[in-house]
Design a protein. Sequence first.
Length: 192
Amino acid sequence: MTEWWSYGLSDFLMFSPQAYWRLVARHNAAWWPAQLAGAAACLALLWIALRGGSARVALAIVAIAWGFTGWAFHRERYAEIFLGAPWAAAACGVEAALLVAAMFAAGVAPAPRARQAGMSLTAIALLFPLLSFAQGRSWPEAEVFGFLPDPTALATLGTLLAVAMPARRRIALAIVPLLSLAFGLATRWLVA
C-alpha cells in the first residue's frame, strides 16, 4: 500500500506531455489566424501602457481575453483531458467579470517603476510564442495572448501594474492571474 506522502505532482497528471501539446496545437489550428488578433491586442496593451492611455480600454482587452481563454481553451479543449478545466474556465469567467467591473471605477496612476514592470511583463507576454521554439516545439504549439492562459495571465499582470487603479483593486485582480501562472508553471514542469 502506498502512503499519501509518497505521491508527487506527476502522480496527479491526467495526461501525457504529447497529449497536452497536441491539444494546444489543435486549439491553435481551430482558431487560426485569429492568433494574429491576439498578438495585435497584446501589442495594443503595450502601446496603452507606454502612452499612459485609457485604463478602460486596456481592462476591456484583458477581460475579453480571459473570457475567451476560459471558454475556448479551458471549457472546450482542456476539459477533454483534465477534470479541473471547468473550474479553471469558471475562474477565467470570474476574472473577466471583475475586470469589466474595474473598468467603471476611478483609478490612481501607477508609480513609474510599476508601469515599467507592467510594460516588461506585457512585452514578455507578446513574445511568449517564441518560447515554443526555445523549448523545441513547433509553431502550432505556440502560446498566444488571449488564446492560452500563461501569456494571458502575464499580460494581465502587466496591465494591472501599468494602468491607473487603486492598489487594493490591483491586488484583488491579480489573484486569478497569479494562480493561473502557478498552475501553468506546474503543468509546464510536468509536461516538459
